[in-house]
Design a protein around this ligand. Structure first.
Ligand code: SF4
Length: 351
């Protein structure tokens, strides 16, 4: 049986943030946030796709800017009693799964992810039950309840290695939720994979034809693509990789120009990593474009310094996970961490 039909995802399109603050307001807001973090014994962990000011604040205050799993691991290993997760909901949940005794706060609990939304836990559980002969592998961009139903949780940085490993054991796989990442891994490994139908509203909008034109205009450019993108876009990449891998490519490759197909928040860390290099956004415009997201995740955009201050003052937006679900969800997460340790692999990487 194929995966159940896709359900429409409601993507926020109205402005969700207050007007952009002036420079002096930004400085004052950041000073206020720094003071509150210290006062609350809280550490700030931010995803690469969040607002640059949050990334700067995380770096300035001894926090961390990373992918979701690295964010969660950093929070777990940090001495702070409170972890403030700037990103989307599944990232806060992953932090809580690994740090059950810490307080995990988020600037906005409505900040979610189209992949997470596409994979409703009981529908997914039923689908897995219908395929008892398959190993269930889920991407990190899923709820705690979906992780609890999985045999493995993977990031984009480790997914290929895990699937290769399972294939070598003769395992057939249920993969969820991102169909583009799933089909990329399927193509790379030849594994027998039954794919869920989810997609990222940002990466699915990169346009192959417009990218071909841009590459013609910039023949010296290296093209970097996140594997949540459509296959025709991935096929034009010089480097396909996770967020961390793409930042590393900009830093280490000897090229003056890069075309980047992933969420535009990543440009902050890329510019830091390679200040002299020219970074071009891969096109989201072109035939069939709606430009709803324009390489900006509408849910990541719900995080701002004002929201961070508000949550630090109120203590609202704490993440809670049912302990039975948490105990089950930590098993496939730990399995991946253990696998990465054995293989000395980096696990960086979801959106
Ligand atoms: S960029 Fe895509 S994968 Fe990442 S949080 Fe937004 S919708 Fe989800």
């Amino acid at each position: 049986m194929n995966a159940p039909l896709r359900v429409p995802i409601e993507v926020p399109t109205t402005p969700l943030m207050d007007p952009i603050p002036s420079l002096s307001e930004r400085i004052a807001l950041m000073a206020h946030a720094r003071a509150l973090l210290a006062e609350q014994n809280a550490v700030l962990v931010a995803h690469y796709y969040t607002d640059a000011d949050l990334q700067i604040l995380a770096d300035q205050t001894g926090g961390h800017v990373a992918d979701s799993l690295e964010m969660a691991r950093f929070g777990r290993d940090h001495r702070a009693a409170t972890i403030v997760v700037c990103g989307v909901r599944f990232m806060g949940e992953t932090a809580k799964i690994l740090s059950p005794h810490k307080r995990v706060l988020m600037p906005n609990l409505d900040a979610t992810c189209s992949l997470d939304l596409s994979c409703e836990s009981d529908v997914f559980a039923k689908f897995c039950d219908d395929h008892p002969d398959r190993t269930v592998v889920v991407y990190a961009n899923t709820s705690a309840a979906v992780k609890a139903r999985a045999d493995w949780v993977v990031t984009s940085g480790i997914a290929l290695a895990v699937v290769k490993h399972l294939k070598s054991q003769g395992k057939k796989i249920v993969w969820a939720p991102d169909r583009f990442l799933g089909s990329y891994i399927q193509r790379m490994t030849g594994a027998d994979m039954l794919l869920w139908h989810g997609s990222c509203v940002v990466h699915e909008r990169f346009k192959a034809e417009a990218l071909t034109q841009l590459k013609k205009q910039w023949p010296q450019a290296v093209t970097l693509v996140h594997p949540e993108s459509p296959p025709e876009v991935i096929d034009q990449a010089d480097v396909v990789g996770s967020t961390s891998a793409l930042i590393e490519a900009v830093r280490s490759l000897d090229a003056p120009v890069f075309i980047v197909a992933t969420e535009r928040g990543i440009f902050h860390k890329m510019k830091e990593a390679a200040p002299g290099k020219l970074l071009l956004e891969a096109p989201t415009a072109g035939e069939g474009a709606t430009c709803e997201s324009c390489a900006r995740c509408p849910w990541m955009a719900m995080n701002g310094v004002r929201e961070l201050i508000s949550v630090l003052k109120s203590g609202e937006n704490e993440i809670h996970i049912d302990e039975t679900i948490r105990k089950r969800a930590v098993i496939p997460l730990d399995r991946m961490l253990e696998f990465a340790k054995r293989k000395t692999l980096r696990i960086h990487g979801n959106a």
